[in-house]
Design a protein around this ligand. Structure first.
Ligand SMILES: Nc1nc2c(c(=O)[nH]1)N[C@H]1C(S)=C(S)[C@@H](COP(=O)(O)OP(=O)(O)OC[C@H]3O[C@@H](n4cnc5c(=O)[nH]c(N)nc54)[C@H](O)[C@@H]3O)O[C@H]1N2
Ligand SMILES: Nc1nc2c(c(=O)[nH]1)N[C@H]1C(S)=C(S)[C@@H](COP(=O)(O)OP(=O)(O)OC[C@H]3O[C@@H](n4cnc5c(=O)[nH]c(N)nc54)[C@H](O)[C@@H]3O)O[C@H]1N2
Ligand code: SF4
Ligand SMILES: [Mo]
Length: 898
């Protein structure tokens, strides 16, 4: 009998409720939970394919230990693994002090996992060296809220997206990164076309498809833009003097600062039209309610804190906060970035929205935990932490639920750090991530659908995450692993004292943690897992007396500062650290794709999710491609001051000339090289310590790699991938992807200066099963052209092309059609590998749910169909709706005169 378990999606900070259908052992299907207030049943392309991800062959199943850096890891039992870890950590602490060890954790952990890590670091170990990947994500927003409003609390609710008259989306590509919220906004705009939407982003993203105004500002110039808007608001008298006088502080100083930010100056700094600036100010200044939504375009910057505060200044100056449809609303990235902030899981924080640098806060927390003190010495933030590891100050590093060897900037240094670190523990659900390569001890973690706890989404709403099935192999829940370590360390470091880690369940951890929120801005001390089950997900602060949470903060104009007044923050515009110059003449921007999640450990196991974008690409404006004499699809070397990768280049009208974009998802697995972050810079914001992942200067030069290899093979894709990947180190370029729905296949593309040894090709053939069975072979050794196709039961099951690979897209099509017909045989006998009838153009899947390709949509548009017509005839956009912005764009572009 199948069962259904209500839980949440493990991807983004929207925090959608899901209904997991399962048989107790396997997850069979996922639906949106109609009762969950974050999504009311909707899911995006990632949430709705959760059950198709997480291939067991990619999971970490057993603890593995390496006893010397030159050795491989071997399987051990949990007791041996944990005893070894405790012994190394204990000895390191005894010999070098508590700050010689560190924990690097994640916004994808559950609140209970987070709390356990926190208590362990701050009590038993006695260090503030506990930081999370939220440092790369939300830490500028934390600073922004605290400096302006007094507490790290997003004041709004999702319903404000519907209620607002004017929505400013800045540095956020919601259409891809928070699709279910975008869907709500799209629908609200359709119902009320007077609703104004402004998008501020250097790229013309799909989010812009519903915008009334798009300001394509120069990268990193947001502070100047916000100051410029305030300048106009003041000049036009569009500020709320009564609100400013009654509820804020510091306006005069800000006024004198923004006096200099004249429309002329701002339009020249930001590269935007003066009229557009004026229009934006009018939309904001005249709107009955004004909401802003932002994300990494503001946070990931050396001016991240200043950007956040300059934006919040606009809300304070117009009194647009604390009322329906109004307020500054940061979209959180990860599913539980908020829980991390609540439990104090950045090196400078303590649980319950407290600060590690505040003596009174330290005393409160120490008293609650029943310890003499918690450490006062400042902890290391992510970038500083890896640098301390690299230079040998930190000697034992515990990494959980994050993949720094893919996601941190300046990979060359990060990998040097991981390589040099005497002891690296990686607590991971998937055993093949970039960081796992560096693990001396790999601990298999239970993952989505297998673990219990709680998460807080962007609108402060706490959900109960419920397990559907048991974890595979010997994988254990994160909280349980941490408590196990803590109890073993206690024996060494707090001998004879009662354990602080007697927790038997996540509910017990929650119940202890929540006491630390009592009397604080986020107070949810009366909530419990059981109460959430009874009342549904709740927004903090939560009061037991009323029995419900709080939709909106600061409705009485009283802020979380000492005197109750919000603060204007006056900081000048400072340009991004790296500017274009003669050598590195393009500004590289990085960010998300619609269907991939970060380092792809989960989404990279589902062929369906590669349909939209199959490979890593460098996007440049068509003029830039032309003036550099490049061809669309050509391989180029992309260099920054820190490293190099080789990628195909592609023309993209969304990017302005002078700029470039690479998706953030590719590390060293699906692409040869160290991934996009070998290019990015570690420079960080002085207050939030968040690195500038959105701007790095690069150069782009063509590379000549005439010898090509193309491989497509069905079946056992994970195993084949693992086997083929190491072989690609010898080639200049290699890229992998999955393809196909019913019969997933692995695709590999390689390019090199010259043909490799025949032995290399034979090994590849063996790994592909092309060395035996019904294989058709054509070889022209003189021109090093080779074709091999395996046909079983009339269907292609493996392809290998060498020399040149012009027929690859056509062959992919033949494979997909399932029929190896006469055309295939004719092509085989031809001396060249060009496909019959010229080359087929690679077709991408636009609608992933209904499997509708770009070419079919284009044909529909050419036959005169509009969005509704396309939905009806092709079914595209009728399921999760994540592709609708792109279909709108295709309609809009085709409507333009050529
Ligand atoms: N599909 C998908 N969704 C995700 C994720 C994922 O991996 N995949 N990850 C989740 C996480 S952890 C996060 S943090 C969020 C991130 O969500 P977003 O921040 O919305 O996504 P990004 O693509 O990183 O960046 C957003 C935009 O910032 C723009 N930008 C770059 N520089 C600047 C600038 O100087 N100023 C301004 N105004 N804009 C700029 C970029 O062009 C980009 O369009 O997404 C979450 N959702
Ligand atoms: N260039 C560039 N770099 C970026 C960004 C960018 O925009 N541009 N964005 C940054 C941002 S905002 C973020 S949030 C980071 C994200 O960077 P990471 O945190 O490195 O991203 P993930 O790949 O999601 O890593 C999470 C890991 O946890 C594992 N995992 C999944 N579930 C569980 C579980 O239940 N327990 C455990 N223990 N492990 C689990 C997954 O397999 C995965 O390997 O990337 C940052 N890096
Ligand atoms: S918007 Fe998509 S990825 Fe985000 S929580 Fe909802 S279903 Fe998951
Ligand atoms: Mo993030």
């Amino acid at each position: 009998m199948n069962k259904v378990t209500a839980s949440t999606c493990c991807y983004c900070g929207v925090g959608c409720g899901v209904l997991i259908e399962h048989d107790g052992e396997r997850i069979l299907d996922v639906q949106g939970d109609p009762n969950h207030p974050a999504n009311y049943g909707r899911l995006c392309s990632k949430g709705s394919t959760l059950h198709k991800t997480g291939d067991i062959a990619a999971r970490a199943l057993y603890p593995e230990l390496r006893l010397g850096k030159a050795m491989g890891r071997s399987r051990v039992d949990w007791d041996t693994a944990m005893e070894h870890a405790a012994q190394v950590f204990g000895t390191t602490i005894a010999e070098h002090g508590p700050d010689s060890v560190a924990f690097y954790i994640s916004g994808q952990l559950l609140t209970e996992d987070y709390y356990a890590f926190n208590k362990l670091a701050r009590t038993v170990v006695g260090t503030n060296n506990l930081d999370s990947n939220s440092r790369l994500c939300m830490s500028s927003a934390v600073v922004g809220y605290k400096r302006s409003l007094g507490a790290d609390a997003p004041p709004c609710s999702y319903e404000d997206i519907e209620l607002s008259d004017c929505v400013l989306i800045v540095g956020s590509n919601m259409a891809y990164a928070h699709p279910v919220l975008f869907r709500r906004l799209e629908q609200a705009k359709a119902e009320n076309p007077d609703k104004r939407i402004i998008v501020i982003d250097p790229r013309r993203t799909n989010t812009c498809e519903i915008a009334d105004l798009h300001l394509a500002l120069q990268p990193g110039t947001d502070v100047a833009l916000f100051h410029g808007l305030l300048h106009i608001l003041l000049w036009e008298g569009w500020t709320d003097r009564a609100f400013v006088d009654g509820h804020t502080q510091g306006f005069d100083e800000l006024k004198s600062l923004v006096r200099d930010y004249t429309p002329a100056m701002v339009s020249s700094i930001c590269g935007i039209d003066r009229d557009d600036l004026q229009t934006a100010a009018r939309m904001i200044g005249s709107a009955p309610s004004f909401l802003s939504l932002w994300c990494m375009g503001l946070n990931q910057s050396t001016a991240g804190s200043a950007k956040n505060n300059a934006l919040i200044n606009l809300h304070l100056a117009t009194g647009q906060i604390g009322k329906p449809g109004s307020g500054p609303f940061s979209l959180t990235g990860q599913p539980n970035a908020m829980g991390g902030r609540e439990t104090g899981s950045l090196s400078n924080l303590l649980p319950g929205h407290r600060d590690a640098g505040n003596a009174a806060h330290r005393e409160e927390v120490a008293a609650y935990w029943g310890v003499d003190s918690v450490p006062a010495s400042p902890g290391l933030s992510a970038i500083e932490l890896f640098e301390a590891v690299r230079v040998g100050k930190v000697k034992a590093l515990w990494i959980a639920c994050t993949n720094p060897a893919q996601s941190m900037p300046d990979q060359t240094l990060v990998r040097e750090a991981l390589q040099n670190c005497p002891f690296v523990v990686v607590q991971e659900a998937f055993g093949n991530t970039e960081t796992c390569q560096f693990a001396d001890l790999l601990l298999p973690a239970a993952s989505w659908g297998e673990k219990e706890g709680s998460v807080t989404n962007s609108e402060r709403r706490i959900s109960h995450v419920r397990p559907a099935i048991t974890a595979p192999g010997e994988a254990r829940a994160d909280w349980a692993i941490v408590c196990d370590l803590a109890r073993r360390l206690e024996k060494q470091l707090r001998p004879g004292q009662p354990s602080l880690f007697g927790f038997q369940s996540p509910a017990e951890l929650f119940d202890e943690f929540k006491g630390l929120t009592a009397g604080r801005d986020l107070d949810y001390s009366t909530l419990s897992h059981a109460l959430i089950d009874q009342l549904g997900p709740q927004q903090w602060p939560f009061r037991a007396i009323t029995g419900h949470g709080t939709a909106r903060l600061y409705t009485d104009g009283h802020f979380a500062t000492d005197d109750g007044r919000a603060r204007f923050v006056s900081e000048p515009f400072i340009p991004a650290k790296e500017q274009r110059d003669a050598r590195f003449s393009l500004t590289l921007n990085t960010g998300r794709l619609r269907d991939q999640w970060h380092g792809m450990s989960r989404t990279g196991t589902a062929a369906q999710l590669f349909g939209h974008v199959e490979q890593a690409q460098l996007s440049l404006h068509p003029d830039e491609i032309r003036s550099r004499r490049l061809r669309d699809g050509q391989l180029v070397s992309v260099r920054s001051r820190r490293g190099e990768i080789i990628l195909p280049v592609t023309a993209d009208e969304q990017i302005r000339p002078g700029q470039a974009f690479i998706p953030m998802h590719w590390g060293d697995r699906f692409l040869k090289g160290l991934g996009v972050n070998v290019l990015t810079q570690p420079a960080f914001d002085p207050i939030s310590k968040q690195p500038e992942l959105k701007q790095a200067s690069i150069s782009v030069t063509p590379v000549a790699l005439p010898w090509e290899l193309y491989v497509l093979v069905e079946g056992d894709v994970q195993q084949r991938f693992e086997a083929l990947r190491p072989m690609c180190e010898q080639f200049a370029f290699a890229s992998f992807a999955l393809t196909g729905r019913e019969r997933p296949a692995l695709v590999m593309r390689v390019a090199h200066q010259s043909a490799p040894d025949v032995a290399v090709l034979s090994t590849i053939d063996r790994l592909l099963g092309l060395d035996e069975g019904p294989v058709i072979v054509y070889d022209d050794a003189r021109r090093s052209i080779g074709k091999r196709v395996k046909i079983e039961d009339g269907r292609i099951t493996a392809i290998r092309l060498t020399g040149e690979t012009a027929a690859r897209d056509w062959l992919h099509g033949v494979w997909q059609s399932g029929e190896a017909d006469a055309a295939l045989r004719r092509w085989f006998l031809a001396p060249l590998s060009s496909p019959p009838g010229g080359g087929a153009v690679a077709d991408k899947t636009i609608c992933s749910c209904m499997n509708v390709s770009a070419s079919r949509i284009r044909a529909g548009i050419e036959s005169g169909q509009d969005l509704d017509g396309l939905k009806q005839s092709l079914g595209c956009g009728t399921q999760c709706g994540s592709c609708v912005p792109e279909i709108r764009r295709m309609l809009a572009t085709s409507a333009q005169p050529a």
